[in-house]
Design a protein around this ligand. Structure first.
Ligand code: SF4
Length: 210
């Protein structure tokens, strides 16, 4: 297949730059502890300085892969599929979520919301970043808001973001892993004083699994 044909398929979301896929336990947020199949899509220009998947940023380093192949693989492992990145909403998520749903699979996404929401989702985890704020209706659609806390200023950002979400959205504060020892006491104190928030920990890292 010629390069232009592949690019066109990526632009339409029928191919996606696939960085990795793996079956594991969801470590974070509302579904933590649940077995799920993760599809990590390459490409992100949000530029968080503490990002722990910087290898994902350059989409060109990840092979354009047909969504049928991705979905067939996923279906072998789990009925819960988490699409993460990178920033998956850089790509049209309609084709892959349609294909997943046709197989009766549950579709979850982890996104910064920096690009327009596409796709048919059973669960949307919105994790906004200051560098590139979420777009449009995702605040209305998000099932959980997960704000990563690197320092105390992120608590102010968290409140600003929470004010934009729908009333059913579950609110999480999650320590950034590299500074967890420093920020966990601050988060614990904040949540006890502001119980609309919950603590989310990256439990998969404590379990030493992907
Ligand atoms: S949005 Fe996610 S993938 Fe992109 S830079 Fe930030 S943490 Fe990394």
């Amino acid at each position: 297949m010629k390069n232009e044909e592949v690019l066109e398929k990526v632009n339409k979301g029928v191919y996606l730059p696939l960085m990795e896929e793996f079956y594991t336990i969801q470590g974070e947020g509302f579904h933590k502890g649940t077995a799920a199949y993760f599809i990590r899509v390459g490409g992100c220009d949000v530029g968080c300085h503490w990002c722990d998947v910087k290898e994902s940023w350059n989409a060109e380093t990840h092979p354009p892969t047909a969504i049928e192949q991705i979905v067939d693989n996923a279906a072998k492992y789990s009925d819960t599929i988490v699409i993460t990145g990178g920033e998956p909403l850089m790509w049209d998520m309609n084709p892959i979520t349609k294909a997943l749903k046709e197989k009766g699979l549950k579709t979850h996404i982890e996104t910064s919301g920096a690009y327009t929401l596409s796709g048919d989702w059973d669960w949307i985890c919105l994790s906004p970043k200051k560098n590139k704020l979420p777009e449009g209706r995702i605040y209305e659609e998000a099932h959980e808001l997960k704000v990563i806390v690197y320092n105390k200023h992120d608590l102010i950002f968290a409140e600003e973001q929470a004010a934009k979400t729908n009333t059913n959205c579950i609110l999480y504060l999650q320590p950034e892993w590299s500074v967890r020892d420093k920020v966990v006491p601050m988060i614990v104190d904040y949540v006890m004083n502001n119980p609309k928030w919950k603590v989310s920990l990256q439990t998969h890292k404590y379990l030493n699994i992907p």
